[in-house]
Every structure is written in structure tokens, then in C-alpha cells.
Design a protein around this ligand. Structure first.
Ligand code: CAA
Length: 240
């Protein structure tokens, strides 16, 4: 029977590529989104992938939505925690709201979604959780204390949950994308982005499908012994 996946932030950017790549591999996908209803409707029309509006930073909303998805699409086997936001600015200028929003969405969202789906995965003896971290969680980034802290937190969260899930055949892994040609990266001032791209050995921004193929590997039967790992996909910008 086809596996069922939820991809948070799954209608745009990297998330859209993940949704489509998993669908193309025969997985039944439910794509979450938080914002633009019109764009999400267009996504569903174009791809045939149902989209579900809820805020991943809202614990109760995640519980409700995952129950609804389990009823409408099927019990959830795969969670891809991809939803993320930026509120860049130096510490000096960053508001407490901008700190909290990024922590709650990017890191809190991983907790909320895992909480909503982990018990069912345990019962069925199968689960795949993939968390989208970031090069900036590994290496830090000027102007991103909130984002770097949240993404770094995701990498720790991944390793801890991998240990808890292992005996139930639930793997938990992370991908740490570098700079990918999405709207999020397009929002970085051009002069700043130019300097960043100059430091990427492969010499260009990544493409969303280059991340999606990593996700597909981690949820596939080729990755049964892979858990607690972080796959860096960054064009060589950061190696360790
Ligand atoms: N290291 C050291 N100094 C730096 C620096 C760096 N990386 N970047 C900027 N500075 C310095 C500048 O040279 C400048 O110094 P002077 O005043 O002496 O000239 C000073 O810091 C202020 O720089 P800005 O003019 O850029 O300041 P700003 O307040 O207008 O903007 C900022 C600050 C919002 C952080 C802006 O620099 C910025 O947007 N940076 C990009 C941050 C970034 O990479 N975000 C990634 C978003 S994409 C993403 O997050 C996806 C992912 O996972 C990869």
C-alpha cells in the first residue's frame, strides 16, 4: 500500500519540490501551508496534491490537522518538517517577536508535528521523519541569531528523536540545505547574496529538487539503516 506523507510548507519553494518528488515516487502526499490560499489552490490544481491550511507553530492546530489528514489521506507514515520563516536582522535590531516567531515556527513546528504523528508511527511499527535544517544552523550566519538557533535546534532535535524512534522502526534524519534559489533566498539583499554565492565552490545557488531528492532517499527503503544523520546539500559551501 502507498505510504502517506505530510510535507509542511509543502506548496512552495523547497517544500513544493519535496511534495512533487514524493508524489512521483508513488507516495500519497498532503501538503501543508500557512499563508496564501490562492497559491495553495493553484498548487493543488496543478499537482493533484491536496493542501491543508494550518499553522505549524500552533500545537492544537497540528493535532487536529494530522487527525484530519489521517482520515482523508491515510495514517501518516512520513513527516517532512520543511516549514520555515526568516526574520533577519542583527541582534541589535531584532525584536523579541522576531526571535519568537522564528523559534516557534521553525523549531516548535518540528515538535508539534512529531508529537501529532509519532504515536501512530509507533503503533504501526514504521515511520520516517525528515527535518529540514540549514547550513546556517550548522555554521551560523550574520543577521540570523533566531534562524540559526532554530535550525541548530532542529539538528539536535533530530539526533535525540532518532534515538527514541529507532526501536520502533522510526528513523529521524535532517537535511541541511545551503542557499537554494527560492523566494526566501531571493529576499536576501542582492549585494549580500552575491558575496554568499562567491563562497559556494559549485558556483551557483542550489535548486529545490536537489534537496527533494535527498528527502526521497531518506524516506526510501534504501535508507533503512540511516537515522540521526544530517545530509548537507550546499554546493560545498560548508564542510564538516
Ligand atoms: N560578516 C561581517 N560583517 C557583516 C556581514 C558578515 N557576514 N554582513 C554584513 N556585515 C556588516 C556590513 O559590512 C556592515 O558594516 P558597515 O556598517 O561597517 O559597512 C554592517 O554589518 C551592516 O550590514 P548591512 O548593511 O547588511 O546591515 P543591515 O542592517 O541593512 O542588514 C542584514 C543586516 C538584514 C543581516 C543583512 O545583512 C542580510 O539580510 N543578510 C543576509 C542574511 C542571510 O544570509 N539570510 C539568509 C536568508 S535565506 C535562508 O536563511 C535559507 C537558508 O537556510 C540558507
Amino acid at each position: 500500500m502507498a505510504r502517506v506523507a505530510i510535507v509542511t510548507g509543502g506548496t512552495r519553494g523547497i517544500g513544493r519540490a519535496i511534495s512533487e518528488t514524493l508524489r512521483d515516487a508513488g507516495i500519497k502526499v498532503a501538503a501543508n501551508y500557512a499563508g496564501n490560499e490562492e497559491k495553495a489552490k493553484a498548487f493543488t490544481n496543478e499537482t493533484g496534491i491536496p493542501s491543508y491550511k494550518f499553522d505549524v507553530s500552533d500545537f492544537d492546530a497540528c493535532q487536529k490537522a494530522c487527525e484530519q489528514i489521517a482520515k482523508e489521506v491515510g495514517p501518516v507514515d512520513i513527516v517532512v518538517n520543511n516549514a520555515g520563516i526568516t526574520r533577519d536582522g542583527t541582534l541589535q535590531r531584532m525584536s523579541a517577536e522576531d526571535w519568537q516567531a522564528v523559534i516557534d515556527t521553525n523549531l516548535g513546528g518540528c515538535f508539534n508535528m512529531a508529537k501529532a504523528c509519532f504515536a501512530g508511527m509507533r503503533e504501526r511499527g514504521f515511520g520516517r521523519i525528515v527535518n529540514i535544517g540549514s547550513i546556517n544552523g550548522q555554521a551560523g550566519q550574520y543577521g540570523q541569531v533566531n534562524y540559526a538557533a532554530a535550525k541548530s535546534g532542529i539538528h539536535g532535535f533530530t539526533k535525540a528523536l532518532a534515538q527514541e524512534g529507532a526501536r520502533f522502526n522510526i528513523t529521524c534524519n535532517a537535511i541541511a540545505p545551503g542557499y537554494i534559489d527560492t523566494d526566501m533566498v531571493a529576499a536576501v539583499p542582492a549585494n549580500v547574496l552575491e558575496k554568499i554565492v562567491a563562497k559556494i565552490p559549485i558556483g551557483r545557488l542550489g535548486h529545490a529538487d536537489e534537496i527533494a531528492r535527498g528527502v526521497l532517499f531518506l524516506v526510501s527503503d534504501d535508507a533503512t539503516f540511516v537515522t540521526g544523520s544530517t545530509m548537507s546539500i550546499n554546493g560545498g559551501q560548508h564542510m564538516y
